[in-house]
Design a protein around this ligand. Structure first.
Ligand SMILES: [Zn+2]
Length: 358
């Protein structure tokens, strides 16, 4: 496995739902530190590397988000079954019979499964309906509540899908639980790496926010801290190339390039900034796909309304099976997204930023 793949594995295998990003943050920080003039941290857990402009006074913020979707343990019943509440958006149909990891306060990882009834006992009506999340439970394979407590599990512990990074049959197809949004965390690091030995004419702050999945919360803090002139949220978008996914939301085929979001539920991609990014892509021969995600948001939603207004755009890659235990990203889309964001940073200076802020 090459260094880049190793980092992608490292960042997707680590567990961290919103509010529990510490371990992911430490990993991101360890990659950013050697590449940055300075490390910037906000008080909720966001972490960013800064590379100073050689000649220029403006700042661009590139932000992924550290958190993934998961659950929190809310109840332990007398027989040792765990009840839980979702953190981030889950569809109940992708949850039953899945392996889960519960991380204890001391950092011990315990395997459990979301239990399901065998078909033999289901009525015709039950078979048609997804089970409600409130009726689901996790079985960690014990006989009593005492055994759960002895294992170190407490109310409030984090639950994440148990699903490891894997290269698939075609080595460009990469399987992992949390491309949303360790893709963006990795990208913010790889952009810093690409620019390590280059002079740039805009201050670059590149890293990751917290708590995106529960309402773009950490992005507000990040924007207040960094006070950027421009911002790019790097987050995943929809793959439209699987059976049943064709729609009018633009394109999103794996392997056909990164996504530039025209709009999502939280932000209208800043028009002059979007045009600039597309011109850079054309000039550098980087394929891009345009997408619209009317439901759901990205950190661009919080970035753009911060301070006195920050022209913001979301740049993603198409990801299959987003918000489930298993998501698939195409390696070349990732590499082209890194290239695109790198070239955008290189293209910016004080005059260009003034031109974009119309
Ligand atoms: Zn998400």
């Amino acid at each position: 496995m090459d260094k880049q793949l190793e980092m992608l594995k490292d960042l997707t295998d680590v567990n961290g739902v919103a509010g529990f990003e510490h371990a992911v943050k430490q990993k991101a920080k360890s990659y950013l530190e050697p590449l940055s003039d300075e490390i910037i941290e906000d008080n909720l857990g966001g972490v960013y590397g800064k590379k100073n402009a050689k000649d220029g006074s403006k700042t661009i913020l590139i932000g992924g988000h550290l958190d993934e979707i998961g659950f929190m343990v809310t109840e332990i019943d007398d027989n040792g079954f765990l009840k839980f509440t979702p953190i981030g958006g889950w569809w109940n149909q992708v949850m039953l019979s899945q392996r889960m990891h519960i991380t204890t306060g001391e950092g011990k990882v315990i395997t459990g499964v979301i239990g399901s009834k065998p078909p033999h006992v289901l009525s015709p009506e039950e078979r048609k309906k997804p089970v409600e999340i409130k009726d689901m439970f996790i079985d960690i394979g014990v006989a009593s509540k005492d055994e759960v407590l002895e294992a170190g599990i407490e109310l409030g512990d984090m639950v994440t899908p148990a699903s490891e990074f894997e290269e698939m049959t075609n080595k460009n197809y990469l399987l992992a639980k949390a491309w949303d949004n360790r893709y963006g965390v990795a990208l913010s690091i790889d952009v810093m790496k690409n620019l390590e030995k280059e002079d740039i004419n805009i201050n670059l702050v590149s890293g990751a926010t917290v708590q995106e999945e529960v309402g773009l919360r950490g992005a507000k803090v990040a924007a207040n801290k960094v006070k950027p002139d421009l911002a790019i949220a790097v987050d995943v978008g929809l793959a439209m190339d699987t059976p049943g996914m064709k729609s009018s939301n633009g394109t999103g085929d794996l392997g056909k390039g990164p996504l530039v979001l025209l709009l999502d539920g939280s932000n209208i991609g800043h028009v002059p900034f979007r045009k600039h990014v597309l011109a850079v892509a054309k000039d550098k021969d980087i394929p891009v796909q345009l997408q619209v995600i009317p439901g759901g948001g990205t950190d661009a939603g919080s970035f753009h309304v911060s301070n006195e207004g920050v022209p913001s755009l979301a740049i993603g890659v198409p990801v299959r099976y987003m918000h489930s235990n298993v998501s698939i990203m195409h390696k070349e889309d990732y590499q082209n997204a890194v290239k695109l964001v790198t070239e955008v940073v290189k293209s910016l200076n004080d005059d260009k930023v003034d031109e974009i802020i119309w």
